[in-house]
Design a protein around this ligand. Structure first.
Ligand SMILES: NC(=O)c1ccc[n+]([C@@H]2O[C@H](COP(=O)([O-])OP(=O)(O)OC[C@H]3O[C@@H](n4cnc5c(N)ncnc54)[C@H](OP(=O)(O)O)[C@@H]3O)[C@@H](O)[C@H]2O)c1
Length: 359
């Protein structure tokens, strides 16, 4: 997507007009990197007549935010009295760059229209600051569409940790391996292709130390023709033992070894490194520990139409000793992939949000 397909010349005089401009701001946001410490943000600037006079977007952590990118294209006279339409609430804190709310105030803008509020305790509050300074602020325009773009970043900011997807492939009777431990290719080709696609959609991919010792996994995201996806999730190995995966040494991203069993801390640590989404591939001990700790946000469960019996369960102890303690899931979708079934689900109860502000 390029800025050439511009809405320059559009004249939004009402909320519907802002919705149209917000769609353009969302398009611009998609020019930014999909897997970055910062969210993808786009911005369109309108003059007093509603004509588009600048467009900006954020190119990733350490570079100017979208509002500042747009500001840099305008003279002080153009900015005074302008309306900034931005996908995310202007930030209110100093990180690698200064607060955008202050930049907009100093520039003398007339109005700020934004889609989604910033959920961070520290970063949020830019809208209130602008309002308190007498600037007209319109919030929530196209918020659902913005959310679709920044979902993982938003949830991880609200939770104060990386968002966790648990994936496993098992037989219909819930076994991840046969009794002798053989587990490769329980599911078929289409399911395996989907797994690689899902890997490429996450910032990082985690396994327990025992899986590294047993399988020596490569943890790359590969297309059916064997080529690597453009985005490779960062491999993460969790567990106290000092293990080194031989194949991980040739992964395009450097492996993070988190020598801990404290999963909540591990996830906060990952977020501090700019990792917002984690795809947990097992084995059963690590996946079960995430579930027991209430740290499983999404499930991708691949069920192959085979029966294995025996002891090698896909999920082991998750702290449920009686039926009333069960963990209820809500199924979002079921899909047939060749002979296998993919169930996409999430916990019926929302996880505690440590950082989300009151709306
Ligand atoms: N079918 C599938 O989808 C699938 C996927 C992956 C693996 N597998 C199979 O699963 C087997 C390995 O699974 P596994 O269950 O034995 O081991 P695992 O889950 O890969 O690793 C277990 C280790 O995770 C570490 N760990 C980190 N945090 C923990 C916590 N909070 N609680 C407990 N352990 C924690 C511990 O390492 P330390 O002892 O070092 O602290 C523990 O020993 C392999 O045979 C592999 O082939 C199957």
């Amino acid at each position: 997507m390029t800025p050439e397909t511009s809405t320059r010349g559009a004249t939004p005089a009402n909320a519907d007009g802002y919705a149209t401009v917000m769609r353009r701001a969302i398009e611009l946001s998609l020019n930014g990197p999909a897997h970055d410490a910062n969210p993808r943000v786009g911005c369109v600037v309108l003059d007093a007549h509603g004509t588009v006079i600048a467009e900006g977007w954020h190119r990733g952590a350490g570079t100017p935010h979208a509002e500042v990118d747009a500001l840099s294209q305008l003279s002080p006279a153009q900015v005074r009295g302008a309306t900034f339409v931005v996908t995310l609430e202007p930030c209110n804190h100093t990180g690698r760059t200064g607060p955008c709310a202050d930049e907009l105030l100093a520039a003398g803008v007339a109005r700020v229209v934004f889609g989604l509020s910033d959920p961070g305790d520290v970063e949020g509050g830019g809208g209130d600051k602008l309002r308190a300074a007498g600037i007209e602020v319109v919030a929530g325009v196209g918020a659902d569409d913005v959310m679709a773009v920044v979902r993982d970043w938003y949830d991880s900011a609200a939770l104060g940790r990386a968002v966790v997807t648990i994936k496993w492939a098992s037989s219909l009777d819930g076994r991840a391996a046969a009794n002798d431990g053989t587990s490769q290719w329980i599911s078929g080709e289409r399911a395996r292709e989907r797994v690689h696609q899902q890997r490429s959609e996450h910032d990082a991919i985690a396994v327990g130390t025992s899986t590294v010792l047993a399988d020596n996994p490569s943890l790359t995201a590969r297309m059916p023709n064997g080529e690597l996806y453009a985005h490779q999730p960062i491999p993460v190995v969790i567990g106290e033992r000092e293990v080194t995966g031989e194949r991980l040494n040739s992964h395009p991203r450097e492996t993070i070894y988190l020598r801990t069993r404290d999963l909540r801390r591990a996830l906060s640590d990952l977020r501090e490194r700019g990792i917002h989404s984690l795809y947990v591939e097992g084995g059963p001990t690590l996946a079960s520990a995430f579930i027991e700790a209430g740290l499983a946000d999404r499930f991708y469960i691949f069920l192959a139409p085979v029966l294995l019996g025996g002891q090698k369960l896909a999920v082991t102890d998750i702290g449920v000793s009686t039926l009333s303690e069960r963990i209820d899931l809500r199924v979002d979708s079921t899909e047939l992939l060749g002979a296998d079934i993919l169930i996409t689900a999430r916990p019926a109860s929302e996880p505690a949000q440590t950082h989300r502000k009151e709306a």
